[in-house]
Design a protein around this ligand. Structure first.
Ligand code: C2G
Length: 131
């Protein structure tokens, strides 16, 4: 079984996230998603609208996702790859090159981001229309 791993906050889930998760799942047979905890989001200077438990529940409902684990820090990726017997690590290409150190442990693939949608864009546009 070819296992794939990806990381993210996945707040205000949108079609760019789904495109990423679908393509990641298509690279293997089993997709593990490490979702940023609220505490780690604070380290990433991200404030998610949905809290960790609800973002986790939403991700677990997606057909492409087989398992959801917490992302607590920047340092856990090598252990995650080892502990979950990961074959392929995947991220959107806004992270191109950032995780190449994982090539010693698994394949590393950066997939093109979906243009035209982001959680930030959703928040900004809702703010404007709300006025
Ligand atoms: N993504 C995408 N297209 C978009 C928006 C997001 O392909 N229009 C991808 C991102 O490249 C990322 C994933 O969806 O691979 C999740 O995006 P975020 O929730 O914004 O994740 P991020 O905050 O970048 O966290 O340790 C890694 C970090 O936790 C990544």
């Amino acid at each position: 079984m070819k296992k794939v791993l990806t990381y993210g906050t996945f707040d205000l889930l949108h079609w760019g996230h789904i495109n990423l998760l679908r393509r990641a799942r298509e690279l293997g047979d089993y997709l593990v998603v490490a979702i940023s905890t609220d505490e780690f989001n604070a380290i990433k200077n991200k404030k998610a609208y949905h809290n960790y438990e609800n973002r986790k529940m939403i991700l677990e409902a997606i057909r492409y996702v087989d398992e959801v684990i917490p992302e607590n820090n920047w340092e856990q990726k090598i252990n995650d790859v080892k502990n979950h017997d990961i074959d392929v690590f995947v991220m959107g290409d806004d992270w191109e090159g950032e995780f190449d150190f994982l090539k010693d442990y698994c394949e590393v693939t950066y997939l093109p981001r979906t243009v035209g949608i982001s959680t930030t864009k959703i928040k900004k546009e809702l703010l404007v229309t709300a006025k």
